[in-house]
Write a protein that binds this ligand. Structure first.
Ligand code: IPE
Ligand code: IPE
Ligand code: MG
Length: 249
């Protein structure tokens, strides 16, 4: 581990309050490739290395849940060759990393509209999910074909169905009723949301879940994002004053 990364890790440990749940909008692969006059899929391929490093770093820092936004519902509208390159990379990532993820104690789950995945990708997704189901050191949520509004619509529809059938009365609908019907049911809300590549928007990610999440924008393009960058974001988070609308004691 580089010196500055290990210094940051010691500082994180000294401070103690590690974010339980870190969510990342992994952005900037295309610009990383364009800056090198390379095709966009090469940027995505290099982004895979960052995923590997950030998973390891999250474990070392003591993060419990890591949520990575890999492919949005809107990303289906990209040119077909780019979509298929991304889907092949997903299969390749799973094939290459499944055994190591299990060894590291990473429980992998895929969240999104997986019905749109091709059979081979779906098979890979199911196999790594099953293989790592018993792991408990880090929960890794990979958001693929995910859109937060679609997730909320599904929850609203299911609540409406229960209300229409009489199994749920409107007064009994609470925040927990909604949370429990989202794909993230059972996960604490993210404490820290990182977006790379300097973009300052949410792009339909976890709209309900980030009500009080601390946001960190990193200028670094995702393929250049490494352990040091993650630790810098966590250190920044540790210096925040989370007030939740109250006044500081
Ligand atoms: C993030 O990188 C990966 C995905 C959205 C799939 P981009 O592909 O969005 O890269 P930029 O934003 O064009 O640089
Ligand atoms: C958000 O990045 C989605 C992922 C990182 C998977 P985009 O690059 O698709 O977002 P926009 O288009 O800049 O909002
Ligand atoms: Mg982008």
């Amino acid at each position: 581990m580089p010196d500055d990364a290990s210094t940051l890790l010691s500082e994180i440990r000294l401070h103690g309050a590690v974010p339980r749940h870190v969510a990342i909008i992994m952005d900037g692969n295309g610009r990383w490739a364009a800056a090198r006059m390379l095709p966009r899929p090469i940027g995505h391929r290099n982004g895979m290395k960052s995923v590997r490093e950030v998973v390891e770093a999250a474990i070392e820092a003591g993060v419990e849940v890591l949520s990575l936004y890999a492919f949005s519902q809107e990303n289906w509208q990209r040119p077909a060759p780019e979509v298929s390159a991304l889907m092949s990379l997903l299969e390749e990532y799973i094939a290459r990393e499944a055994a190591e993820l299990e060894r590291q104690g990473v429980q992998v789950r895929f969240l999104g509209d997986l019905s749109r995945l091709a059979p081979a990708a779906m098979q890979a997704v199911n196999s790594v999910t099953a293989k790592t189901a018993h792991c408990s050191r880090l929960r890794l949520n990979l958001f693929v074909s995910y859109g937060s509004r679609a997730e909320l619509l599904d929850a609203i529809r299911s609540i409406a169905e229960d209300a229409a059938s009489g199994t749920l009365v409107p007064d009994a609908v609470t925040e927990a009723t909604v949370s429990n019907r989202l794909l993230t049911a059972g996960c604490p809300d993210p404490d820290l949301l990182i977006r790379t590549s300097g973009e300052r928007r949410i792009s339909n990610f976890l709209l309900w879940q980030i009500a009080y999440t601390e946001i960190y924008i990193s200028p670094v393009l995702w393929p250049d994002f490494d352990r040091r960058e993650l630790y810098a974001a966590i250190r920044d988070y540790q210096q925040r004053d989370r007030r939740y609308g109250r006044v500081t004691a």
